[in-house]
Design a protein around this ligand. Structure first.
Ligand SMILES: Nc1nc2c(c(=O)[nH]1)N[C@H]1C(S)=C(S)[C@@H](COP(=O)(O)OP(=O)(O)OC[C@H]3O[C@@H](n4cnc5c(=O)[nH]c(N)nc54)[C@H](O)[C@@H]3O)O[C@H]1N2
Ligand SMILES: Nc1nc2c(c(=O)[nH]1)N[C@H]1C(S)=C(S)[C@@H](COP(=O)(O)OP(=O)(O)OC[C@H]3O[C@@H](n4cnc5c(=O)[nH]c(N)nc54)[C@H](O)[C@@H]3O)O[C@H]1N2
Ligand code: SF4
Ligand SMILES: [Mo]
Length: 660
């Protein structure tokens, strides 16, 4: 007996629809869905190998750990939730941190936000992918365009003649977006400018592959803007926008010579890229982690999005996890509410029938590193792998009542007090909002494993135990969807009934204003120093997803050759007399670690890189506590590092010109 069900993929923010093929009741294959407007019938290999992943190594019973050094024991749901409710009742609300996830549905995130702000009474609510990846992008888009999302559509790419991709690698990370780039190139019109610190799968297709000194991107964008203004290659509208004069003044000092010196890119390449921009008519812009995960990222992003405004460019930035856009929209952020800014608190309070304080909470970065909490309630996130300084994260989890809601036993589970098994995204109904604010029904292609409970069910049970159960009186996930369309302004235009029938909807894409905010150049965010002469950065593989819990379970994906080690340029390897597989010791200002080193054509001289997915690499144990100060997004890129081998310090050859 064969049956096919349609449902979403659970990985990236493109949110493709797939065909799940069952044979005799068992998921046998995942196939493309030809009619899906997002994948256009060509999803990527991660989606197509989901059948190798979903059933394996799952948590099925709640686990309770009595002391940090003991293994956890199984518990009933009643015991687990009773214990948690007791802790929540006794805790100072401001010492509770709730972390929602972009790997769950809008309805699950919304319920956790309602539980946090309305029932527990804590403003400390955040979401994993939002904080650690695109919080700086959203801050800047809100300021410049008045919208906390990408105003463009992925299909806009098809009609561009120039696309500026800065610190993002869609060929690996958003494959179906990249398919649009290739389609537009095949038609012959699209030129690509990439601005990266390493060569990526995407930059190989670039017409102008700029490899910049990490953290120097602001200078490049300002130079482009200066050239465009000099040539008058912008729409008249730009001149009439607020801040134009100040912007023109701010970019004026970025001459070709100065920019080449700051960025390390040749004058010739900079000039030809800027000419391409000047000559193009339909321009687009997107950025990724190569820009956001720096301590100076907000200023750099002002430079990029001011440039987008000047060029009347379409903004087509992809958004990380499958539902990270939705998680932010649902108010899983310490400085906003589901109804909007803090000033909307009384409206939210009225709609919920629950007290809501107009208080800004702390981000999860602050909650782990600056203002430790008594209780952490963590949904589908693995902070002991994905946050910086993971040794400190582990200690925080051990010294608190740390509750993890997750599908797998991962590094965070090693330190959690309570582990609650949840279904994967593809085992849920309800909705997600993709990177272009397309709201889609998940379609529940698979049934949740017995013993698991999703976040909204957990939130409702806790609310009942704490005494606000009537406010969580939902019969189904779709009751919450309907509530969302009443409460969240950007979703008022969304029709929950149409979503239920599987029709896509759009959350608001309206640009509310356009204004320049001149960027301030404060120098590189981190520079090499004699003690730390290398730059270390992290990037992603197209075959692994985040901390690799799910993707490592696929036989097909595991066959690809990415290695859990440290990558270095061939030139540096040769010059230092290193061979593939040699052990080296890498130290940052936070920690040291022994790793095997491999040569890679991706890395320029003096830069080291690693896939941070792999558990063995423990990349984030090396990442020091350095954050962008407005958004508290960690600096995972551009980390000064020292390299040693057998007690000898190895220096990049470009610096010393001789063997270490
Ligand atoms: N060095 C370095 N660190 C980084 C980054 C970087 O570029 N470099 N990037 C940062 C970014 S952008 C992000 S978003 C964070 C992510 O960091 P996390 O949000 O911690 O992501 P995961 O590591 O996938 O951990 C989440 C857990 O979700 C669980 N899970 C539950 N349901 C699902 C599901 O339906 N699908 C999947 N795939 N997993 C599920 C899995 O058990 C997994 O262990 O990491 C950040 N950390
Ligand atoms: N296969 C796969 N797909 C994914 C994910 C995954 O883990 N695996 N994760 C999803 C998530 S949560 C996110 S947020 C997105 C992230 O997707 P991207 O935004 O593309 O993030 P990264 O791959 O971390 O970094 C992108 C590129 O930035 C460049 N880079 C590195 N350091 C620097 C720097 O200092 N300056 C500049 N200019 N460039 C630099 C490198 O070329 C790198 O390839 O991908 C999503 N899609
Ligand atoms: S990982 Fe992203 S691009 Fe690949 S199938 Fe899933 S949603 Fe589509
Ligand atoms: Mo992310």
């Amino acid at each position: 007996m064969k049956e096919t069900r349609t449902g979403l993929c659970m990985y990236c923010g493109m949110a493709c629809q797939l065909n799940y093929v069952f044979e005799n009741g068992r998921l046998a294959r995942v196939r493309p869905l030809r009619t899906d407007p997002v994948s256009r019938g060509a999803p990527c290999i991660k989606g197509l190998t989901l059948h190798e992943v979903v059933g394996k190594g799952r948590l099925k019973r709640p686990l309770v750990r009595r002391s940090p050094w003991r293994p956890p024991r199984e518990a009933s749901w009643q015991e687990a939730l009773g214990l948690l409710a007791d802790w929540l009742r006794d805790a100072d609300p401001h010492e509770v941190m709730v972390i929602a996830s972009g790997k769950t549905s809008n309805e699950d995130v919304y319920s956790l936000v309602k539980l946090a702000r309305g029932v527990i009474g804590t403003p400390n609510v955040d979401n994993c992918c939002g904080r650690l990846c695109h919080a700086p992008t959203i801050t800047v888009l809100k300021d410049i365009y008045g919208i906390p999302a990408s105003p463009g559509y992925f299909d806009d790419i098809l009609s561009l003649d120039l696309l500026l991709l800065a610190g993002t690698n869609p060929a690996s990370n958003y494959p179906v977006m990249f398919n649009r780039i290739i389609a537009a190139k095949r038609r012959g019109n699209l030129k690509l400018i990439t601005v990266d610190a390493v060569r990526s799968e995407t930059s190989q297709y670039s017409d102008y592959p700029l490899i910049v000194r990490p953290g120097s991107e602001l200078a490049v964008f300002n130079y482009f803007a200066r050239s465009i203004i000099e040539h008058g290659a912008y729409d008249d509208e730009a001149e009439s926008l607020p801040g134009f004069r100040e912007y023109a003044r701010a970019v004026a000092p970025f001459t070709l010579e100065l920019t080449a010196r700051i960025s390390g890119v040749s004058e010739q390449l900079l000039r030809s890229a800027s000419l391409a921009l000047i000559e193009s008519r339909a321009r687009g812009v997107a950025n990724g982690m190569g820009l956001t995960q720096h301590s100076n990222s907000v200023e750099t992003l002002y430079a990029l999005y001011d440039l987008s405004l000047l060029m009347s460019a379409k903004v087509v930035t992809g958004r990380g996890e499958v539902n990270v856009q939705g998680a932010g929209d649902m108010g899983a952020s310490p400085d906003s509410l589901p109804t909007g800014g803090m000033e909307t608190f009384s409206e939210l309070s009225r709609l919920w029938g629950l007290p809501v304080e107009p208080v800004r909470g702390v981000t999860m970065s602050e909650a782990f590193f600056h203002e430790p909490m008594g209780v952490y309630l963590i949904s589908s996130m693995n902070p002991a792998h994905s946050m910086p300084a993971t040794d400190i994260v582990a200690r925080r989890l051990e010294n608190s009542f740390a509750v993890q809601m997750d599908s797998y036993y991962n590094e965070t589970s090693e330190h959690a007090t309570l582990i609650l098994p949840t279904p994967l995204l593809v085992e849920r109904d309800g909705t997600v909002t993709s990177g272009e604010r397309r709201v889609r029904s998940i379609g529940s292609p698979l049934a949740p494993p017995p013993g698991t409970r999703r976040e909204w069910i957990i939130a409702a049970a806790l609310a009942r135990l704490i005494g606000a159960g009537d406010k969580f009186d939902y019969d189904s996930t779709w009751d919450i969807t309907r509530e969302i369309t009443r409460v969240v302004p950007a979703y008022r235009q969304v029709d929950a009934e149409k979503l239920m029938r599987g029709e896509d909807q759009w959350a608001s894409k309206s640009i509310r204003w356009k204004r320049f905010r001149p960027p301030v150049f404060k120098g590189l965010d981190e520079a090499r120093s004699p003690g730390y002469p290398w730059i270390l950065t992290s990037f992603r593989s197209s075959h692994h997803f985040l901390s690799n819990e799910a993707t490592s379970k696929s036989e097909t994906l595991s066959k690809f050759p990415e290695r859990p080690g440290l990558y270095m340029s061939r030139e540096d390897m040769e010059c230092l007399g290193l061979a593939d597989g040699d052990l080296v010791r890498i130290c940052t200002r936070h920690a040291c670690k022994e790793l095997r080193v491999y040569s890679s054509h991706k890395l320029p001289r003096g830069v080291l890189g690693a896939y941070w997915h792999f558990r063995e690499v423990e990349f984030n144990r090396l990442v020091p506590l350095r954050f962008e100060t407005v958004t508290m997004t960690p600096q995972y890129k551009n980390i000064p590092a020292r390299l040693e081998r057998e007690g000898r310090v190895l220096r990049p050859c470009e610096e010393s010109g001789r063997k270490g």
